[in-house]
Design a protein around this ligand. Sequence first.
Ligand code: CTP
Ligand code: MG
Length: 433
Amino acid sequence: MKNVAVILAGGTGERFGEATPKQFIILHGRRVIDYSISMFNQHKHIDDIIITCPLGWIDIIQNEYPNCKVVLGGKTRKDSSYNGLLACPKGTKNVLIHDAARPFIDKDIISRCLFALKSNKAIDTVISSGDTIVEAKDNVITNMPIRDNMFLGQTPQAFDYPTIINAHKSFKGDTTDDIRIVKDQGVKCSTIEGSVYNFKLTNQPDVYLAERISQIQSQKNNVIPNFKDKDVLVFGGTGGIGSGIGTLLTNLGAKVKCIGSEVDLRLDKLPKSFNNNKYDIIIHSAGIFRMKSLNESTINDWDEMFNVNLRSSFLVSKLAMHTLNNPGWLIYIGSSSSNRGRANQAIYASSKAGLNNLTQSLSAELQPHGIRVNCINPPRTNTPMREKAFPNEDKSLLANPLDVAKDILQYCYGDETGHIVNLKYSNQENAKR
Ligand code: CTP
Ligand code: MG
């Protein structure tokens, strides 16, 4: 008695308007469809996964997911769904039909669908509607249902397998979802709660939202992978957050080289000797900070802060490109000030804002080399640099460098790339920004 997921990826994404169908575009290093495949793959009560694809994608996806069955999609969503249902294995009891264009399905939604199927034959995943829903025709309102009774339909739509396949066989016409097919045949359809994150990429602006959600969800529940014997190079590794990362990774068995003031990051070149090694992870955690008003600041301050904070990041990226293994991880340590420039920190904040865009550009460019590039923006942290700049501030409102280092490790493995991660800790809710 099997629970099967059917992931629909057979569309061309007309409204999205790109040559690559939206379910195959890259979001932080992974295709949109990869997110939902991995969620169903990880769920312990899903036995099989069927994926419907356009012709040109079948082999690509099948090779990457040998444990899934990839079949040809149809002309309409309904046809793709039917093809997926026909491909379900013998013994299929329940089926969850999901849009590949909804990457942020979570395991609780899958569990809720499966649980509801114990006492129902058809389940729709819905969220309540924040806005009043108005039915109109030719610009004239024909109906205004009570908002509390209105919901927005998502996927998965989950069914008792014989119920949905028989309904498909006898349904004439088209529909944008499967629940209507069984509802029109008089089957009682129940709802379970979806999530606002489980939205569907439909138009171009949805990508911004998807990137943001992917970033929020990227923190990986503090799973620490095996760093044993990994070669790690840390610039700015002799103080503050950099040395915290060095200590943690060394304790986890990595071979860590921490670089401090012996290498002058204001210069035009990094020492050639760095080129003689291969690394798995390179971290740039070096930075200088000077609290100065615009009036007090000189062009030398600008050059010095930019050289260490941003220009040396460029040199380190070049080094990374030639010396990182595949896969490899390049991590920049930015600052919360990159999102919001503050008075008397114009130079520092500008240099750190540059790191965010450097990360985004390089993540796209270095992906073919297997290099993941992420930038972590820690909040105000109890480091020697901070102590020097703000000797009298309340330390209880600062983050602990080891906590920050632990969170940074979450980005030193895995496939994700191009993340700009803004860390925050509970003791900082009321801190002055
Ligand atoms: N879908 C499918 N086969 C089709 C059409 C759609 O498998 N012939 C899938 C899409 O790939 C998507 C989901 O159904 O994952 C939801 O459909 P929709 O958002 O409408 O995607 P598209 O049909 O691709 O987009 P558009 O309607 O803008 O062309
Ligand atoms: Mg469509």
